[in-house]
Write a new protein. Structure first.
Length: 282
């Protein structure tokens, strides 16, 4: 028996019998409901900078940028939704200069005019090539590919958590293996410290908590990480219960602090008190 068959047998029954409770909606529809529901992005924003979070909520600051760049988002779409879906939502390529037979530069007027006429996001040949490599790296990893062999992409769940209406848009929910998320990185060698910070671990812990509020139990959490640079390796991490419990407490504390800010109408910057400016040395 090989390692993959041993791993696959860890959950030989369904943790979630029916995925019909998952809501299917676009990312734009999901984000539009963020005024009524707290999600992991908002909580992460608040934890990083409560004052900026408040300004964004009031429309006094630009909205939070989407995760990663267009290549990141397109690569995740390709992996989660398949190549046909990815190709239907992106224009790939560039117009060709008839004088040289080579594609126009993405900075040229000809390329900009062509891109504007596509009416959907455009990926240059170089960007599309990177996405192909990322997708290949993912598909070369047996366990990563197996995690997405069954389940639903981008299902939305909503419920109350810590007394607050919350929502989560899961990258993938596998009825046997639980929550599966995908992120990209530059190097797998340095990824573990980043995963423990206020980022993927906190996001996934909140998603699990919101899901548990709907199905009545906690499920395992896996994270697939693919390199954006050569050699485009792929790795899979399973978040331990110890880590998830720790960040769940931090999330609950963050939600309590958020509710306190709402109640008092005070959004700390960290610079409320008078500070003393002294010499750096005697």
């Amino acid at each position: 028996m090989n390692f993959l068959s041993i791993w696959s047998g860890r959950h030989d029954r369904h943790l979630v019998e029916d995925l019909g409770f998952l809501v299917q909606e676009t990312e734009e529809e999901y984000r539009a409901k963020s005024t009524d529901y707290l999600d992991s992005e908002q909580l992460g924003d608040f934890r990083k900078d409560a004052f900026l979070f408040h300004k964004r909520q009031r429309g006094l600051a630009p909205p939070r940028p989407k995760y990663g760049d267009e290549v990141d988002r397109a690569a995740l779409m390709c992996i989660l939704r398949g190549r046909d879906h990815y190709r239907a939502h992106y224009a790939l390529g560039a117009p060709v200069d008839p004088r040289t037979g080579e594609p126009y530069s993405r900075y040229s007027i000809e390329f900009q005019q062509w891109a504007a006429a596509q009416e959907k996001p455009v990926l240059t040949p170089e960007q599309a090539d990177v996405i192909d490599h990322i997708d290949f790296g993912f598909r070369a990893h047996d366990i990563a590919r197996g995690l997405l062999s069954e389940g639903v992409a981008h299902g939305v769940v909503r419920t109350r958590y810590c007394g607050v209406p919350c929502q989560a848009r899961l990258d993938w929910l596998n009825p046997r293996q639980g929550i599966v998320a995908i992120v990209t990185c530059d190097r797998l060698t340095y990824v573990e410290p980043q995963l423990r910070q206020n980022g993927p671990a906190h996001r996934l812990a909140l998603e699990r908590s919101v899901l548990a509020g709907v199905i009545g139990k906690n499920v395992p959490v896996h994270l697939i990480v693919v390199e954006k640079r050569e050699p485009h390796r792929c790795g899979v991490w399973m978040l331990s219960e110890r880590l998830l419990r720790r960040v769940e407490k931090e999330n609950a504390k963050g939600i309590a602090q958020l509710m306190t800010c709402h109640r008092l109408g005070r959004w700390p910057t960290g610079y409320e008190a008078v500070r003393t400016l002294a010499p750096t040395s005697l």
